[in-house]
Design a protein around this ligand. Sequence first.
Ligand code: NAD
Length: 255
Amino acid sequence: MGLLDGKRLLITGVITDGSIAFAIARLAQQEGATVVLTGYGRMSLVERVARKLPQPPSVIELDVADAGQLDSLADRVREHVDGLDGVVHSIGFAPASCLGGDFLDAPWEDVSTAVQISTYSLKSLAVACLPLFGEDGGSVLGLTFDATVAWPGYDWMGVAKAGLESTSRYLARELGPRRIRCNLVSAGPLRTMAAKSIPGFATFEDAWSSRAPLGWSNTDLEPVARTSVALLSDWLPATTGEIVHVDGGFHAMGV
Ligand code: NAD
């Protein structure tokens, strides 16, 4: 008996087998879920990576900034599954000017891109998937990096994450009456492709290794995958608008 037996999930954000979304998809399948992936941009690469999952899933294209692709998403998902019980938003992007210490100089056009792709897209994705949820509702899940404080070099991505955390709470408010929960996992630093584009990422890794009371491995995606699967399951049925930290306890320590 798996934790996600019978669940149908749409998972965004796989670009490599080191993506957080890949680890969530793998564990979800192991726990009995039927998974459909969305890919962005390099579709042949995403399809190749998808074949490394225990059960190679269907992959459909989704650029969260493309209104046409969002409008047709539900119909395209229906070609593979008859509905959804969960959606994973594992998407983030900020132009180079928005990261790395030039906080005061980043132009609005670039900041707006970061916010559209990393923040507003949680709402866009949830709304695009609404027709696929049944009367029992389901679970929408996103990934954040603790946005209650300012981090060196994370800059406008940090602002975008603060917006994502707020968006998740508003989605919880809007979608609760349909029995759809919306929660975020706040992960510690993990060496994914997105992380490599953050100048000074090593500073975070050093801080975590000295401060996280449980310790922290920046290459182990299993803790984030496990918590994500739990949030996608029926085992947190009255939890919404929540941010669950999967960071080795870092956020709770003063120094
Ligand atoms: P990743 O590079 O593997 O995944 C980022 C994904 O975003 C990619 O699959 C990319 O294709 C997708 N994406 C970018 N623009 C898109 C668009 N316009 N439409 C659709 N998809 C688009 O990196 P990751 O670390 O696995 O990132 C997943 C999520 O986890 C992000 O929200 C990230 O901010 C968050 N997160 C990462 C860390 C970390 O340390 N790696 C920590 C906390 C939170």
